[in-house]
Design a protein around this ligand. Structure first.
Ligand code: UD1
Ligand code: CA
Length: 456
């Protein structure tokens, strides 16, 4: 039997107090729903059916690149009502795995266990015993511990509210049962909604076996209904990622102060200081040291790279033994060859910089190709933009550029050029030449005293 995953994602999420639909709020930099889609694709080859509704177009457009089938639920009248919309898309032979767009951390392993452990003609249900069950549906069992029904928090008596086994909302149900029971659901409850949970009552009455699997970590089935729950799950997720890094041999100064928002590859003996954010696709080579308060986004670091504190690297490729920062910014298209040094308050964009070149203080290098063993002095600017177009700067090997010089692109400085400090270079400079601006230097003796006298 194929497992058809259905993801319910049509709800508004009133308790978020947000203009953004709840399932588009991010955990680890990725919409909640995207986490669930990833997991769905990992447990079944059949594309998942996603029920969307509230501000549905926005949700659909953001995630429609995934191999999935989108079904609109225009009015949101409850989880049972949502399932009504997809009944016609099910084949009787399917087993339907129902997931929630607002329950992001359910794992492939747990779902796999649910699928393999639930007999074909039974209902599988994920539950958890939790310390704070408020807000969740409670699992009602008889003396033999068989499940009788699920009672929603809002409909529960004070006695039922004491039950600490909660409904995850995640079920595995043969499609034929859904087709039989879902049309029978009624909305005679405190919220006036069609509750999918009422299906459990119908199943129990028909003596269908209900296999409940209790998850070990409650965060796996925790729903995000408000911002506090979102923050809690974010921290849970981050700590889990950090612990995995420690286990893998990465040194973290504080596992509670690193955030991972993407796919990370780590070499051996990497050391990461506090408040580091890794985003997108990041690869860090053997022996790299990352200083505190740094962001690496879509960046590749070779081996033994040292990133000092307060750096932002975005879309950069950095070869072995480079030293960067503190306070450096590498923007997309930056490629540094081995042993390049980039110092404080330096911004590099869309530029290739060859081996052993140094840009140590207060410079902007954009749209440039810089050779080997070049020294770029403090405050050097490549003027790459004329207000309409961007232009290229080419700098040969061993060029020495004096402080406070501006290079007006398009321009080429050939190998072994010297640029005197505070030069505005407007034209190409041939190999081995010195370039400087003729400007008279004037000294007025006794000027300061005169000046101060006049001010008094
Ligand atoms: C639901 C369960 C509750 C369970 C909890 C687990 C019901 C009646 N209750 O409650 O037992 O403990 O999840 O997190 O099922 N949705 C739609 N269309 C709708 C309504 C909801 O697609 O018309 C989607 C929402 O986007 C959300 C999910 O279904 O992703 C759950 O809806 P929500 O309103 O959050 O249900 P809970 O009150 O959390
Ligand atoms: Ca919920």
């Amino acid at each position: 039997m194929t497992v058809q995953v259905v993801i319910l994602a049509a709800g508004q999420g009133k308790r978020m107090f947000s203009d953004l639909p709840k399932v588009m709020h991010c955990l680890a930099g990725k919409p909640l729903l995207e986490h669930v889609i990833h997991t769905a694709l990992s447990v079944s080859k059949t594309p998942p059916i996603i029920v969307y509704g509230h501000q549905g177009q926005l949700v659909h457009d953001a995630l429609s690149h995934y191999h999935s089938k989108w079904v609109e639920q225009k009015e949101q009248l409850g989880t049972g009502h949502a399932i009504q919309h997809i009944l016609s898309h099910l084949s009787d032979k399917d087993r339907v795995l129902i997931l929630y767009g607002d329950v992001p951390l359910i794992t492939q392993e747990t779902l796999h266990e649910l699928i393999t452990a639930t007999p074909q003609d039974a209902i599988g249900l994920l539950t958890a015993a939790v310390s704070q069950p408020a807000g969740y549906g409670r699992i009602k069992r008889n003396h033999q511990q068989n499940i009788l029904s699920i009672i929603e928090d809002k409909d529960a008596s004070s006695e039922e509210r004491l039950i600490n086994e909660i409904n995850s909302g995640i079920y595995l149900v043969p499609a034929s049962y859904l087709k039989k029971w879902v049309p029978l659901l009624k909305k005679n409850n405190s919220q006036g909604e069609y509750y999918l949970t009422d299906m459990i009552d119908l199943a129990a009455k028909e003596k269908v076996f209900i296999h409940a699997l209790q998850v070990k970590q409650e965060e796996e089935i925790a729903g995000v209904n408000d911002r506090a729950q979102l923050a809690h799950l974010e921290r849970f997720y981050q700590l889990k990622k950090a612990n995995a890094l420690l286990k893998q041999g990465v040194t973290l100064s504080d596992p509670a102060r690193i955030d991972i928002r993407g796919e990370i590859k780590m070499g051996r003996d990497v050391s990461i200081d506090i408040n580091v954010i890794l985003e997108g696709q990041v690869a860090i080579g053997d022996g790299c040291v990352i200083g505190p308060n740094t962001i690496l986004r879509n960046t590749v670091l070779g081996k033994h790279v040292e990133i000092k504190s307060h750096c932002v690297l975005d879309g950069a490729e950095v070869a072995d033994h480079c030293i960067i920062g503190p306070f450096a910014r590498l923007r997309p298209g930056t490629q540094l060859q081995q042993q390049v040094h980039i110092g404080n308050f330096v911004e590099i964009k869309n530029s290739e910089i060859d081996e052993k070149t140094k840009v140590n203080h207060l410079s902007y290098v954009g749209d440039s190709e810089v050779g080997k063993e070049v020294n770029i002095g403090a405050g050097v600017i490549t003027c790459n933009y004329d207000g309409i177009n961007k232009h290229k700067t080419t700098i040969g090997d061993r060029v020495q550029i004096g402080s406070d010089s501006t290079l007006v692109a398009p321009i080429t400085l050939h190998d072994d050029v010297y640029v005197a400090s505070a030069t505005t270079v407007r034209h190409d400079v041939p190999e081995g030449a010195l370039v400087y601006n003729k400007r008279e230097e004037c000294v007025k003796k006794g000027w300061t005293e005169e000046h101060r006298k006049n001010k008094r």
